[in-house]
Ligand binder design. Structure first.
Ligand code: ATP
Ligand SMILES: O=C(O)[C@@H](O)C(=O)CO
Length: 424
């Protein structure tokens, strides 16, 4: 395997989002769960996205796991490694974007990391270093109420400088508009100033194409799927891609029953769960009872077992911000989050034991818990359900499954129905 591009993603939904973008742009892409064993046979690929569940763990653990993933990718020919972060820069004051970026940049021998979470396809843009979600700055968007990492500052130069050991500069939109050479020159000027990273403005896909051309000969960058698009376009233009069919085939139907799990409390997911009530039986879990020791998992599996023969079900813990805050006040942010993730993962395992082979999961941390509990190790890319959300087919599992791992903020109100139709 000689990779054109290697990627280390800090959550599983983000990994599938990026793998989807790279596939559509013409790179044969595989998503692995964690760092594969050295003797693991993988299909030929132009790009590999190593998915980690490292966004919300202690920074030293995130750094160690990310460095191991980068080393695996470099050993398979990746000259450029992109650290995939959330398009809404999900992180806390302590990181983990800054600490992981500093470590991977050092391992890559890279003088400066270009950083941009811009992803115009989903309404994420960066202007003068400020991240916008749609028409509003990050700190005025629903991300200000994120259960694990509420985003309270839209200025990413400030945000990243608080997380990194190095000063952070800006490649502004006027520089990007002048093209790849101007961006490259700006990066060298920032290196001379002692900067270790640079937030790059990007509003349109064309800006991301400029950024991809400007850094493709560098060894390391940080971004969301938009930067992945820019890098992929630069690689395909240089003849490094295979222009493979963009996720057209997911192989033979996998059969079995279908189910949906939602752990995301994002505004988009709350709307999607509400819309799903018109399509299928929906069970809304009571996290307070779960944390009080009730057998919420057993009750949910009994609910599902009774109804799965008639069609899909949806089981959700998702709740609006005020309810999330009340539960966290009573039990703690991490304790509440981890307990609910573990419960949804146990429910997923029980659903598969009852014949589910098509599974839709909403939420990055939730997807990570579910995929780890099911012991899934790699995915092939299928067609796109919604921007940033592909159908995934398990690789290496005796009985194949189809999954959709939906980032909390992605997809329209009809997402669950649309996903199930495409996974039939
Ligand atoms: N009712 C609830 N109250 C409090 N926390 C909840 C509740 N339901 C889910 N959670 C927790 O909220 C967190 C949601 O994070 P998750 O990453 O799954 O979704 P997201 O952040 O919306 O998605 P993404 O990371 O893809 O943007 C998880 O830790 C989950 O356990
Ligand atoms: O970039 C995004 O917004 C998603 O891929 C993601 O990382 C959500 O957790």
């Amino acid at each position: 395997m000689s990779l054109a591009l290697g990627c280390v993603a800090d959550d599983y939904t983000g990994a599938s989002d990026l793998a989807n973008t790279l596939t559509k742009a013409g790179l044969r892409t595989i998503q692995t769960i964690g760092v594969p064993e050295d003797d693991r046979a993988l299909p030929e690929a132009d790009a590999v996205v190593v998915a980690l569940k490292s966004r919300s763990i202690p920074a030293d653990q995130a750094v160690a796991r990310s460095r191991e993933a980068e080393g695996w990718l470099r050993a398979r020919g990746a000259a450029h490694v992109m650290f995939k972060v959330c398009s809404t820069f999900d992180s806390t004051e302590a990181g983990n974007i800054g600490p992981v970026m500093d470590a991977l940049r050092g391992d890559a021998g890279e003088a400066i990391a270009l950083v941009t979470p811009a992803f115009p396809e989903t309404g994420r843009s960066v202007y003068q270093g400020n991240l916008f979600v749609g028409a509003v700055p990050l700190n005025e968007s629903p991300l200000k109420d994120h259960p694990l990492n509420p985003m309270r500052d839209a200025n990413l130069v400030r945000v990243l400088e608080r997380q990194s050991a190095y000063p952070v500069g800006l490649v502004d939109t006027a520089t990007v508009a002048r093209g790849a050479e101007a961006v490259a020159a700006r990066l060298e000027a920032l290196v001379a100033e002692g900067k270790g990273a640079a937030i790059a403005d990007a509003i349109f896909d064309s800006d991301l194409a400029v950024l991809g051309r400007a850094i493709i000969e560098r060894t390391f960058s940080v971004g969301a799927s938009g930067l992945g698009l820019g890098l992929a376009r630069a690689l395909v233009a240089a003849g490094r891609g295979t222009r493979d069919a963009a996720g057209a085939a997911i192989g033979e139907p996998v059969g079995g029953s279908a189910a949906c799990l939602a752990g995301s409390c994002s505004q988009a997911t709350l709307q999607q769960v509400g819309a799903a009530e018109a399509l299928m039986p929906v069970l809304r879990l009571d996290p307070a009872r779960l944390l009080a020791g009730a057998d919420v998992v057993g009750e949910a599996l009994a609910f599902a077992e009774e109804r799965l023969p008639s069609g899909p079900v949806l089981i959700a813990s998702s709740a609006p911000p005020e309810a999330v805050r009340a539960l966290q006040a009573a039990h703690g942010v991490d304790a509440a989050g981890h307990a609910i993730e573990a419960a949804l993962a146990a429910i997923a395992e029980g659903l598969v034991a009852r014949g589910v082979r098509r599974l839709v999961v909403a939420g990055g941390e939730t997807s990570g818990a579910v995929v780890d509990r099911l012991g899934l190790t790699a995915f092939l890319l299928g067609p796109e359900i919604a921007a940033g959300v592909p159908v995934l087919r398990t690789a290496g599992r005796p009985e194949p499954m189809l999954l959709a791992l939906k980032s909390g903020n992605f997809g329209g109100p009809d997402f669950f129905g649309r996903a199930l139709d495409m996974m039939a």
